[in-house]
Design a protein around this ligand. Structure first.
Ligand SMILES: C[S@@+](CC[C@H](N)C(=O)[O-])C[C@H]1O[C@@H](n2cnc3c(N)ncnc32)[C@H](O)[C@@H]1O
Length: 320
């Protein structure tokens, strides 16, 4: 068996000894020519340890394209290396980026992923940590307004919005509080370069009678200004002026985060594209009277899908 030129287990300032050992064993096989995915400490050690097998690197960070290390280049996603295998050196590139590069080369080039990086097995993927869209969005989450929703609920909400973007119409959220969940919806729209409106309905600053009423209209407007399609509709959902506005639009997606407001729900439901989701939060809380929601949708020939892990629910508009 090939021995590394220095002991992998003792490399200082480095955490991925196990993954590096696995990659070293893989790269030490006869006749392999490897493109590494990720230009990082792990990849540079591999060049030190088995340089003959390493042809170059693919890395999504544009500033790294063109760098060479011991003569091995970092190339862009569209440049081809003369390789037989790809090997992933970075846990955070093991999902969509590795798949994109592997697809670019086709079946002739095989992809190798170490079974784990540190404490993290690579067998089970967490797309909300690894997919580029979620990496970008969660990296900015410090600037998001407060939300009452957990990360798990927000992830599900964003996934449903992404699903809806193949349908025509605008996006609506009723019950936006400080704009937290709306920020995540707006980020999905912005990432996808959409131009649809995102309507957010809430009394906002006019609502002074609850101990959660800390909404500041100016603050919310500024926090969501990165997406020009955001339209704040200030008022109660069943108010005449709000209902009048709701009836001028059609929707590909609705998020309803408060107790049933039958008139508003009816206006939105009637204008929702066939196949589109109507997402409920709070739905499973007794205070929100789940039965009222269930009867509302049963009257329209639909059933709410309950989510076992939270009080969210989702109804898909029937297609005929
Ligand atoms: C559960 S919170 C919404 C949480 C928000 N989606 C988030 O990300 O944290 C419910 C919101 O519904 C609003 N609300 C209460 N009654 C309303 C009504 N009749 N019409 C519209 N919004 C209402 C409240 O002002 C509150 O901001």
């Amino acid at each position: 068996m090939t021995q590394p030129i220095y002991p992998i287990a003792n490399i200082p300032h480095f955490k991925e000894h196990q993954a590096l050992q696995n990659l070293f064993d893989f790269c030490s096989k006869d006749g392999v020519r490897i493109g590494l995915i990720g230009f990082n400490e792990c990849a540079k050690h591999l060049v030190n340890l088995c340089g003959d097998a390493i042809i170059g690197f693919h890395d999504p960070a544009e500033w790294k394209t063109g760098i060479t290390f011991r003569g091995k280049p970092v190339v862009s996603d569209t440049e081809r290396l003369d390789i037989t295998h790809l090997a992933v050196c970075d846990y955070l590139l093991a999902y969509d980026y590795a798949d994109r590069i592997a697809t670019f080369y086709g079946d002739a080039v095989r992809l190798h992923i170490p079974p784990r990086f540190g404490e993290r097995p690579t067998q089970k993927i967490d797309p909300f940590t690894q997919e580029q869209i979620y990496k970008d969005i969660f990296a900015q989450a410090d600037s998001a307004p407060l939300t009452m929703m957990t990360r798990q609920k927000l992830c599900f909400l964003m996934e449903l919005l992404r699903y809806s973007l193949r349908l025509p119409g605008d996006v609506i959220e009723v019950g936006s509080w400080q704009g937290g969940s709306a920020w995540y919806l707006a980020k999905i729209l912005s990432w996808n370069k959409e131009e649809r409106h995102l309507y957010i309905v809430d009394p906002f600053e006019m609502h002074a009678t609850s101990n959660t009423a800390t909404m500041c209209n100016d603050e919310i407007e500024r926090a969501l200004a990165f997406y020009p399609g955001v339209k704040m509709l200030v008022g109660r959902a069943n108010e005449k002026a709000i209902l009048a506005k709701l009836s001028t639009c059609s929707y590909c997606f609705a998020h309803f985060d408060l107790t049933l407001q039958a008139e508003a729900c009816k206006h939105i439901w009637d204008r929702l594209a066939p196949g589109a989701p109507f997402v409920l939060d709070n739905y499973g809380l007794t205070g929100a009277h789940p039965g009222r929601f269930e009867r509302f949708f049963a009257d329209r020939g639909c059933r709410i899908i309950r989510l076992p892990w939270s009080e969210q629910g989702v109804v898909f508009k029937h297609t005929s």
